[in-house]
Design a binder for this molecule. Structure first.
Ligand code: ADP
Ligand code: MG
Length: 448
């Protein structure tokens, strides 16, 4: 039971987020039960909170990992249990647990300890953003100001700004750093307005050396917040303090953002993070497994790369799931195990139709679907056609036979040849690899 619980921890961490995890999941202790999982929690309040917010996720994760329904019970640790006394009941608990190793803290906000530059895998897709973050951490407020990082969900923006903040504080412990979700900024502002404490709010956010705000797309449509943020921005910028912002889209694409803020955001360095290429995805898998003492054999890494989902977050989730399943079953990570561990997730969404893939690939290369499925041997059609076939296999998971039919009645061996050709080209040609990664990401993100 304890093994099952330990295996579930990384999965839960990903589901509930770092903050909830350290506050509510980490303090739980798994004590053995008779065929059921018994979780010991430090207090009644804790028990109620976990029961209401996290128990369903805990049950589901344990059930999936164990491969059979899992009964879960929580108990409050007895008062004379030393564990109970040392475990506080408030979310602050995690802060007190490892004071020695804890990195220096920002003035406002909290950092995720392991989101550092060292654990960030760099490649073509994120190189510019990475270099910008490095430069800023070495010389805040001077070279690039503001820095605006944007990119799709789960591609590493939050990781990168945490790394930046860690590094700022490592170099100068007394630097006043704010690293915060834009939503928290909005909430703090609302509270200050309600309690008539705007002066204190302004002092708090303007007397800092670096302001790092995550997910500023959430400022959209919030006029009062934007007004206040505009003044904060100007005050800091004028004093040569560093400003770093992230968003899921570039400034120009954020609807409901005031023009004057948009032009401020565009006034510095804008760097975008692209979906990782196949090569990077493999590097990320090896790095993440390696950091947990597991070496992936190449075939296994390839399979995980293939089934792991488009973003780094999903890729990491797939790896966690596979490692947890291997731990629980006491089995090595094999093709079979990957299949078992990831099957419930792969079936969760209906496949993308081949027709959609044809349209998207056609649009990307400026050729019509009619041309793609035609038997024309025009040279400019060969690569897009092969890529569309490849993605039909990889994303739609259609059979070679079906793909052949949908591409103007071609033979299945032609499709197999196309898939192999593209696989080789992806390895040999960075540019092609990137184009395919981007299309694949778009395809997998389509609403279905
Ligand atoms: P975003 O904020 O862009 O949605 P996150 O920063 O939360 O994405 O990243 C999602 C997960 O993927 C995190 O666990 C993060 O550590 C990991 N991750 C993203 N990019 C990388 C990378 N280049 N190297 C290592 N881990 C990464
Ligand atoms: Mg984020």
């Amino acid at each position: 039971m304890e093994a099952l619980w330990s295996a579930a921890l990384p999965l839960l961490r990903q589901q509930v987020g770092e903050r909830n995890f350290s506050a509510w999941i980490e303090p739980i202790r798994c004590v053995s039960g008779n065929g059921e999982v018994c979780l010991e929690v430090p207090s009644r309040f804790f028990q109620e909170w976990v029961g209401r917010h996290f128990l369903p996720a805990i049950r589901e994760t344990l059930t999936q990992l164990g491969g059979k329904p899992c009964a879960v019970r929580t108990v409050v640790a007895a008062a004379d249990d030393p564990h109970a006394r040392s475990a506080p009941s408030a979310p602050a608990s995690a802060v007190n647990r490892e004071p020695a190793r804890r990195p220096r803290a920002p003035k406002i906000g909290r950092l995720v300890p392991h989101y550092t530059f060292e654990t960030f895998v760099v490649g073509d897709a994120n190189e510019v953003a990475f270099q910008a973050a490095r430069a800023v951490s070495a010389d805040p407020g001077r070279r690039f100001n503001p820095v605006f990082l944007h990119g799709g969900v789960g591609l590493g923006k939050t990781h990168l700004i945490n790394a930046l903040a860690h590094e700022l504080l490592r170099r100068r412990a007394r630097l006043r750093v704010v690293c915060l979700a834009a939503e928290s900024f909005i909430n703090a502002l609302i509270t200050a307005l309600r309690q008539d404490q705007m002066n204190a709010f302004r002092d708090r956010f303007r007397q800092v050396d670096a302001l790092i705000l995550d997910d500023v797309q959430f400022l959209a449509g919030k006029e009062r917040t934007q007004e206040e943020f505009f003044h904060t921005f100007n005050a800091l910028y004028g004093a040569e303090k560093q400003i770093v912002l992230t968003s899921d889209k570039p400034p120009a694409a954020i609807n409901g953002l005031e023009q004057r803020l948009r032009s401020r955001f565009e006034g510095g360095l804008i760097a975008d993070i692209h979906p990782p290429t196949r090569e990077m995805r493999l590097a990320i898998l090896h790095a993440k497994a390696g950091s947990r003492g597991v070496t992936l054999v190449p075939e296994v890494a390839e399979l995980l790369e293939k089934y792991g989902g488009p973003s780094v977050r999903e890729l990491e989730g797939a790896l966690n799931r596979v490692m947890a399943t291997a731990a629980v079953r006491g089995a090595p990570i094999s093709a079979d195990l990957i299949e078992t561990a990831l099957r419930p997730f792969r079936r969760a969404r209906p496949p993308v139709p081949v027709e959609v893939i044809q349209e998207m690939v056609g649009a990307r290369f400026g050729v019509s679907v009619g041309d793609l499925v035609s038997h024309s041997r025009a040279r400019q059609l060969a690569l897009p056609r092969q890529i569309a076939m490849y993605l039909s296999r990889r994303v739609a998971e259609a059979s070679f036979l079906t793909i052949g039919e949908k591409f103007g009645g071609r033979d299945h061996s032609t499709v197999m040849y196309a898939v192999r050709t593209v696989e080789t080209k992806r390895v040999a040609d960075q540019e092609i690899d990137q184009i395919i990664a981007a299309i694949e990401c778009q395809l997998r993100d389509l609403p279905r």
